[in-house]
Design a protein. Structure first.
Length: 283
């Protein structure tokens, strides 16, 4: 018959009394589950409670077994929750918050950013701060900053210089000129006289150009509602040269764009009439 004798465990290197197996009972499960780590060349860690050596490849564990871990957790000192500022006794050495509610509240806290224009502190999501180049506290600050950012653009400055030259020329002809803000309207310059209103779209071209290059701008200007005593014009100027002036109502090169806009107006009128007839039938 086999007799119980003293053996040395191949995992923790401690002596135990058993039936001649390789491992003691506490180390058996860990040795089998960690069999793939037998090629581990690092140093063995020592248990905080029983001071026994054990393999710890990742360096995450502090205790050799579950029993030692339970003893270690009972000896943990109370700490303060960073969310609710209450003292509590942690169940694990990793835990920082007293409950799941405090953990959720800590995740909802937004980082503080600063407005690009007025430098005022604002709260934004971290994803929003990463996505946006500049953060603003209000629409007023964003509009003011856009004017500054746009003014730094070379193309915008060159086009604005042509608009000022157009205004100067129109003023000499006896008109009162007005410029649209940031050149965002269908007409860049509006010149008013006692008899006529002129809507002028100003373009700058460094090379040779054709009318189809500015087809979108021509359509946009033709679609604009205007009084009968008004004219719609396209002024194209090369650097250090005079403007080439095109009247959209009379020039043959703009005839096809005028026809497209008129067809669009007819279709809109037809659809409006059909809608009115349908409402009358329903009533």
């Amino acid at each position: 018959m086999r007799t119980r004798r003293a053996y040395t465990c191949q995992y923790c290197h401690n002596t135990y009394v058993g039936w001649g197996k390789k491992y003691c009972l506490p180390c058996k499960g860990r040795a089998i589950s960690g069999s793939r780590n037998w090629n581990y060349k690092g140093k063995d860690s020592f248990c905080i409670m029983c001071n026994a050596p054990f393999r710890n490849p990742g360096g995450e564990y502090k205790c050799c077994s579950r029993k030692c871990a339970d003893k270690f957790n009972t000896t943990l000192k109370p700490i303060r929750c960073p969310s609710c500022l209450k003292l509590f006794k942690p169940k694990k050495s990793i835990s920082k918050y007293c409950s799941a509610i405090c953990l959720g509240m800590s995740l909802r806290i937004r980082p503080v950013a600063f407005c690009y224009f007025c430098k005022a502190p604002i709260s934004r999501k971290l994803s929003g701060i990463r996505r946006a180049k500049h953060c603003f506290c209000s629409i007023y600050c964003s509009n003011k900053a856009k004017v500054i950012l746009v003014s730094k653009n070379k193309r915008y400055i060159q086009g604005r210089q042509k608009e000022y030259a157009c205004m100067k020329e129109v003023f000499q002809e006896g008109f009162t000129p007005f410029r649209s803000t940031r050149s965002l309207g269908p007409a860049d310059v509006i010149a008013v006289n006692e008899k006529i209103v002129r809507f002028i779209q100003v373009k700058r071209s460094a090379k040779d150009w054709i009318v189809s290059k500015y087809g979108k701008d021509i359509k946009r200007l033709l679609r604009m509602m205007a009084p009968p005593n008004s004219t719609k014009e396209l002024w194209v100027g090369k650097p250090y040269k005079q403007f080439v002036k095109i009247d959209l109502n009379t020039d043959e090169r703009c005839k096809r764009y005028k026809d497209i806009v008129e067809e669009e107006k007819r279709l809109k009128k037809a659809l409006a009439n059909e809608a009115e007839v349908g409402l009358e039938k329903q009533s």
